[in-house]
Write a protein that binds this ligand. Structure first.
Ligand SMILES: [Fe+2]
Ligand SMILES: [Fe+2]
Length: 137
């Protein structure tokens, strides 16, 4: 069976190795969650996977924001606001799960949107800024 969330170098690769690596970790954490859902794992296992994804997301956003500051990316303010919204939505899903122990399709649609739309358009913009900068930076 192929993975539910797939890394696609042409679409998602930013050519910023540290960020590409972190995005791949995010994808593997998302896949872990999807596999647990498929095999109807216990709510304890699912919750641990949701928490692991949440914790890594916080780390990734912080790393990405530091990186954007370092390359003096002018869109950093907007990008940070988008991260805040994503995290708020994620927290909403995670709290809903704690209440009713049900993984909804909605949650996975949200994760796919995040993966495809956020990385391939919002994240892509800082990588274009990085690529256009003089190499010494
Ligand atoms: Fe981002
Ligand atoms: Fe990102």
């Amino acid at each position: 069976m192929s993975d539910y969330f797939e890394w696609n170098e042409a679409k998602l690769g930013l050519h910023v190795p540290a960020m590409d690596r972190e995005h791949q970790v995010l994808i593997s954490l998302m896949n872990k969650l999807h596999v647990l859902r498929e095999k109807q794992a216990s709510s304890g296992e699912v919750l641990a996977a949701i928490n692991a994804l949440g914790e890594y997301t916080v780390k990734h956003f912080a790393d990405e924001e530091m990186y954007m500051a370092r390359i003096q990316y002018p869109g950093i303010g907007v990008h940070k606001a988008v991260h805040k919204q994503l995290l708020a939505k994620f927290t909403g899903y995670s709290q809903a799960y704690k209440k009713d122990a049900t993984l909804t399709d909605d949650f996975f649609v949200f994760l796919k949107m995040w993966l495809n739309a956020h990385i391939s358009s919002v994240d892509m913009k800082y990588s274009q800024h990085a690529a256009a900068r003089p190499k010494s930076a």
